[in-house]
Design a protein. Structure first.
Ligand code: ADP
Ligand code: MG
Length: 492
């Protein structure tokens, strides 16, 4: 529906899609933002709530320094400007799962201003999306309306957990770009360890702001789709919303600025409420909290703990190991996979490191990931040792076994956990690289098929494969293919 310039074709002409995302990322921290309550997911309702979280009068918030460090790390990882002074405000609204009647957030002075991330699109294209800001705020509790016919249930375990709200500029132009943005953001946050990125558990949620305009015109009125908790749903919600707005605008109608919800069962968005403006929230600085002051020293200390992030890792894999950009991006998407990959490369004893590294990448991406998917096994619980995978690849490189035999060895390795060397020995799979054995076999075959040999010599060169097949059959697939080709050519 969207063409490659990302414009949408309507009956009255072309439209440009404009998308800005607000992502709420739960900060990985054992304790909440302003209280010592635990944050673990899945605990029994209302077991991780203290007086402060429950909004009891007279309780005072105390900032959790670790959560602030996590936000600093995130700001650095997303290339933002860290503000040495930021301020906590009260955002006032009434809702049953917000016992204080206000959420502590940052409004006028967030901890991070600006920043950017490079999203990965098809055909190795990338696009830089700028960030407006990152601020710290509290999460609200959770209401459940479908457990009782006339009552709602409130669980305050989530109330007061630290969130980072990461706000993008309205720079995305298609659902694909928005999905790529969330994927990349999630990957970076996981690398940083500042948010676990588990969208199914609600620790990463996206609000999508969407509008349409004629190319070159000012921004149109947007609708906001709240709390989308999967990348796929985000794509579906945006596609639906583009169509909905397109129909209204093409009919000469107007988009109402409102908050909508995506119903993933019906595959549509529906209106939730008209959109509040900032003044509706009566923001004011929280009198219980002093401004948040960061020292340059604190920031620099955190900078020294920054991990290598996916883009840098990808370039390094391409440069150091000669990987294709595609293979490199598959391997760096999850930090754990990238670490695993490099451990195997290090364990290889092959003298040609680049050759080994490339082969290991192929093996991981096709054989290992394939088997992992089939067996629903994660990279942290593979049934064989990293060293054994390295050895398997080394055995291919030094010619002990062919790539084809290696696949059989791999299956056995997976099933038994035995080392590839033992398996090759036990199963007698060692490749035949003794030229005299191969030569004898070839001579025998050429004697058995004088007609075919004559045909070949008269120009029927496609018969070469026929002879190779016979040699392999006689030697049970174990002959060194390079040697078979070489000797066969000579003899023919
Ligand atoms: P809020 O939604 O809290 O009122 P903002 O007005 O700052 O906050 O906008 C939030 C998000 O909406 C940002 O990601 C911004 O890029 C995006 N946005 C703003 N205007 C538009 C628009 N006309 N179309 C699409 N996205 C927009
Ligand atoms: Mg918003």
């Amino acid at each position: 529906m969207t063409d490659n310039t990302n414009l949408v074709k309507g009956n009255t002409g072309l439209w440009e899609v404009v998308i800005g995302l607000e992502v709420h990322a739960q900060v990985s921290s054992k304790a909440k933002l302003f209280s010592g309550s635990a944050t673990e997911f899945g605990a029994d309702p209302n077991t991780q709530v203290n007086f402060l979280d429950a909004g009891m009068p007279g309780m005072l918030p105390v900032i959790n320094g670790y959560c602030v460090d996590q936000a600093i790390k995130t700001g650095l990882g997303l290339n933002g400007i860290l503000n040495l002074v930021s301020v906590f405000d009260r955002k006032n609204y009434f809702y049953a799962d917000l016992p204080t009647g206000y959420q502590i957030s940052q409004f006028t002075r967030p901890i991070v201003t600006g920043g950017y991330l490079d999203i990965d699109l098809e055909d190795e294209k990338t696009k830089r999306v700028n960030l407006t800001r990152i601020h710290i705020e509290q999460d609200a509790g959770k209401s459940t309306h479908d457990l009782h016919p006339s009552l709602s249930y409130i669980d305050l375990n989530r109330a007061g957990i630290a969130l980072m709200e990461i706000v993008s500029e309205p720079e995305m132009r298609s659902s694909q770009e928005a999905m790529a943005y969330v994927k990349k953001l999630r990957s970076i946050l996981r690398y940083l360890g500042s948010c676990d990125g588990n969208m199914e558990q609600g620790s990463l949620r996206a609000d999508a702001n969407i509008s349409l305009r004629r190319p070159g015109e000012p921004l149109g009125t947007r609708a906001e789709i709240k709390n989308v908790n999967s990348v796929r749903f985000l794509g579906q919600a945006i596609e639906y919303e583009i169509q909905r707005q397109l129909e209204i605008l093409e009919d000469g109608g107007e988009i109402i600025q409102e908050t909508r919800l995506f119903d993933h069962i019906k595959g549509e968005t529906r209106s939730m409420r008209s959109k509040e403006d900032a003044h509706d929230y009566r923001y004011f600085p929280d009198p219980d909290l002093k401004p948040l002051i960061l020292t340059q020293e604190r920031i620099e200390k955190i900078r020294t703990t920054m991990p290598e992030l996916p883009d840098d890792k990808k370039s390094r894999f391409i440069n150091d190991y000669g990987l294709s950009p595609y293979d490199a991006s598959v391997l760096v998407a999850e930090q754990e996979t990238a670490f695993y990959y490099e451990d195997v490369v290090k364990a290889s004893t092959s003298t040609d490191k680049r050759q080994a590294a490339k082969l290991i990448a192929n093996w991981l991406i096709s054989e290992v990931f394939g088997a992992m998917n089939k067996q629903s096994v994660s990279i942290s619980s593979l049934p064989f040792k990293k060293n054994d995978l390295a050895t398997l690849v080394d055995l291919i490189i030094d010619g002990t076994i062919s790539g084809k035999i290696a696949k059989d060895v791999f299956i056995k390795m997976w099933e038994t956990g035995k080392s590839p060397k033992d398996l090759v020995k036990d199963l007698g799979l060692q490749q035949i690289s003794d030229p005299s054995i191969i030569e004898k076999t070839i001579e025998q075959i050429l004697n058995d098929y004088p007609d075919k040999v004559a045909d070949y010599r008269e120009g029927k060169v496609q018969l070469f494969g026929f002879f190779v097949g016979l040699v392999m059959k006689v030697l049970q697939g174990k002959a060194n293919p390079g040697l078979v080709n070489e000797i066969l050519k000579k003899k023919l």
